[in-house]
Design a protein around this ligand. Structure first.
Ligand code: HEM
Length: 443
């Protein structure tokens, strides 16, 4: 997006949205401020949209201070005890990946749109961790959630919606301004209703003496344990539980689907990369067993390919708003008052000529040394930086690696037609490839 190009505006500048919002778009500046002075930059501003959707700052994205710290700590802890992003999740993904291959087999070389299949397999991983079980292919709950969340997201961070933060009365001009508030609130209400139903069922069935097998049970147990002391102080309430599930469910679905769709799009646009990945998989993993995370050591080219996908296929066009929690005396020579809005625009680093020559060029070889070993590039941060960086990074990286490798281990991918679909993106709250179809030929 030319709008945010560092070459045009420098590494730090102010956008009036309409509040003054400081954009930091340079790698060294991001490290100096967002990482090294992490605590000061870890707030989130109150926004009209959150008030409208859930009547305040709840959940994991929009809280700040003590509540957020307690909730983030708890989520990290329960994720660890549920094995999120570890062996347990790998087994879940492997079993879903088998189903994915079977579904693609059914298409028998006909062009397919991967997205609905990915909704099922990616949606089920987060569903399993949140609710304790997976859904079958013919159940529609995950797809319903996916449609509803996309309706909400479409209007979520659009510049027009941000104007509502300063002038809430603009909501009365929904129709002429095409804000889409009724659609977003209808979809939002449907999501909240379904999460409340799920919570009720879990409350009826929970055994507080057993180890929790889902986020929802873990949270309910924590609520009970804290009932006598600081449940409210640390935000352990049913309302918080509902919105935290809402956040994790939505964060854990479309983002990962988009990265895999970008990966497949680059794969067919650069067939030589597909051949290299196929060769590497055939030589070091074979086709008799499923790919596991440990195979990353054996697959340097595949890792380099995916790192290049993360660089150019970043999912958030504009990072989530943050705010300063205290006065910052020296932010690159400027003084920021507590409560100043901040955008940590790591995406600009991904296309910064200072770091990547011909940044618009897709070239996985950038990350291979002369011995052909994979070099992880710390300037590529699709999961952001600092104290508010993504909570689901391990899980997301695992899903992207395992599902992508499954797709290439089992099929060779071709465009639907003579030429590959163009690498074109649709940008709303998220940045995704335009819909496209591919043909999968069994290997
Ligand atoms: C490829 C997939 C994903 C990408 C690209 C991604 C990216 C991001 C980014 C850029 C942020 C904003 C950090 C900031 O404010 O600077 C974020 C925050 C967050 N992500 Fe992700 N994410 C992904 C997957 C996930 C998954 C799978 C989960 C959960 C299971 C998750 C949960 C969260 C949460 C809870 C936050 C808010 C953290 C906080 O404010 O403390 N994300 N993510």
């Amino acid at each position: 997006m030319a709008f945010y190009r560092k070459s045009k505006y420098g590494g730090i500048f102010t956008l009036w949205l309409p509040y003054p919002t400081i954009v930091i778009a340079d790698y060294d500046m991001l490290k100096r401020n967002i990482v090294k002075n992490g605590e000061a930059f870890s707030g989130r501003p109150d926004t009209f949209i959150m008030d409208m959707l859930v009547q305040g700052n709840f959940g994991l994205f929009f809280m700040e201070n003590i509540w957020w710290k307690a909730q983030r700590r708890f989520t990290t802890h329960i994720f660890r005890s549920l094995g999120v992003g570890q062996a347990g999740t790998q087994d879940t993904i492997s079993s879903l990946a088998t189903g994915l291959v079977e579904k693609i087999d059914v298409a028998k070389d006909k062009p397919i749109e991967l997205r609905p299949l990915l909704v099922h397999v990616v949606g089920n991983v987060i569903h399993k961790h949140l609710f304790g079980f997976t859904r079958e292919w013919d159940e529609k709950e995950i797809h319903d959630f996916h449609i509803a969340i996309n309706d909400v997201l479409e209007h979520f961070t659009s510049p027009k919606t941000q104007l509502l933060d300063a002038w809430p009365w603009l909501a009365y001009l929904d129709k002429p301004l095409a804000l889409g508030i009724p659609n977003a609130t209808r979809a939002n209400d449907a999501i909240l209703q379904s999460l409340e139903d799920a919570l009720r069922k879990h409350k009826d069935g929970i055994n507080y003496d057993e180890d929790p097998s889902s986020y929802i049970d873990g949270f309910l147990k924590e609520m009970k344990a804290r009932a006598a002391e600081n449940a409210l102080a640390d935000g352990f309430t049913e309302k918080q539980l509902i919105v935290a599930i809402y956040d994790l469910y939505s964060a854990g679905m479309e983002t990962i689907i988009i990265v895999i769709r970008f990966a497949m799009l680059y794969l067919v646009n650069f067939p030589e990369t597909q051949q290299k990945i196929i060769n590497e998989l055939d030589e070091f993993v074979g086709r008799e067993r499923q790919v596991v995370m440990d195979d990353q050591k054996l697959l340097p080219y595949t890792c380099a390919f995916l790192q290049e996908v993360y660089r150019l296929g970043y999912v958030l066009p504009v990072n989530f708003l943050r705010s300063t929690l205290e006065n910052v005396e020296n932010c690159e020579g400027y003084r920021l008052k507590a409560g100043t809005r901040i955008i940590a625009q790591f995406q600009s680093v991904h296309v910064d000529k200072k770091h990547f020559d011909n940044p618009e060029e897709f070239r996985p070889e950038r990350y291979l040394n002369e011995k052909g070993e994979y070099i992880r590039d710390e300037r590529i941060n699709p999961f952001s930086m600092g104290k508010r960086s993504c909570l689901g990074e391990n899980l997301a990286r695992m899903e992207v690696f395992l599902y992508f490798c499954t797709l290439v281990q089992n099929f060779e991918w071709y465009p639907d037609g003579a030429v590959a679909p163009k690498i074109e993106v649709i940008t709303s709250s998220l940045r995704a490839p335009k819909p496209y179809k591919l043909r999968a030929v069994r290997r």
